[in-house]
Unconditional design. Sequence first.
Length: 490
Amino acid sequence: MTANHFRYLVGFAAFGFVMGTVSSASACTTVLVGKNASTDGSTMIARNEDVDTSWAKHYVYHPATSGTNTQYRSTDNGFTVDLPTNAQSYTSTPDWQQKKGQDQFGEDGINSSNVAMSATESGTTNKQAQKADPFVKKGISEPSMVDVVLPYATSAKDGVKQLGHIVETKGSAENNGVIFSDKNSIWYMEIGSGHHWAAVRVPNNKYAVIPNQNVIGNVDTKKSNFMTSKNLPKFVKNHHLNGYVNSHQVNFAQAFGTNNKEDATYNRPRIWDGQRILTPSKKQSITQKHYAMFMKPDHKISVQKVQQVLGSHFNNTKYDSNGKWVGGYRPINVPTDVESHILQIRPNVPKEMAGVQWLAMASPATSVYVPFYTNVNSTPNNYQKGTDKPDSESAYWTYKMTKVLTDPYKNKLVNKDVVPVQKKTTSHLKTSLKNNDQQAKNLTGDELTNFLTQCNQQNADYAQNVFQKLNNKLIVDSTRQTKIVQDKNL
């Protein structure tokens, strides 16, 4: 989430935080899970997209194109780039304000090569690095990234190379973290200044929880698990930035990022919370100044465990933002969540159905993640609707209404009404995905694509119908709870 999205934030001021020197406040939280750290050998990249308290996101499919020499031009900041003539099909979750030729804020998706991309995790660049290599006003920024990179990436590493080339030649307009994955690997990339970046391959047996802060530490340009902009160590040395080690090693976070009092309340606590959930054996303090970027989980991580992290607001701790909220630390789950995604590339099914895009509209704490195949010809109708005004049809507003109805009593109604429905719906969707996988193995070509498209619509309809009924119950329970509170006060 960038400063462009920030202009829409309504509820965010309640946090009272001011981010560093380059961006205004920023949001989102990322979770990365290496294939040997997951329960089924899948790679998983996930992120909450935080924008506004009422800002619908859509889920769309972009068909492949060929023979077209296209120049992309951003309507947001004037960024331009020449695109290849052939583009793969891909999915994305753009803003509801979709107009032809305008930036989409595509945010996340999977292409026909089963390459996944999530962009972006907004960050802050320190003053010294910003002065040494200022951001480029017409450089690439979040609104454009998915649409100019994902259709052309053939692997996770290739995605980093393509975006890195754009940053070095066209410049970047902002500090961002970007994630790419395929069935074998995950690469996490940070853009620290106008033309400099670094990327690290996530260890297969580890995970990462990343807030709005540069977290890539020691980078060795001679090792294959790192990629960087050209002459990065030389640049850091010549401009006397922190983090220089030698001619082939730098600490990227020290050179470009921040680790100040704002990070202590806004960013680092989210790392603590995610690691608390996934590696509870590791005893740490929420006030630590440094956390390891990569950690081994105590147990293999499932999709549902990632969902738990993305929905966390320091649950079952004194820091719970739905409770006493001791310390006022910024949680992972916030009122401005507009969608949450888990991009899973599975190794144990045919490649034509390996990519699954799990989407939870609005708040992941009160929504449900619906699994969507990405080898399709369209997306569910109810995920192509919704604006900034409430309606009775779109997926976004159904799940947003659940959040609104539980807010006055927060944990009470969530635990009583929402959690049981979430568990039941998730169980149904997991079974449905498994059954659909079995049926799909016997299909090919258009028949397979049509079947997977139909499965997505059925799962979308099922989950939304369940939550519409839940919302009706919440209206009754919420008003009843209001009467109980009122009677006690009389």
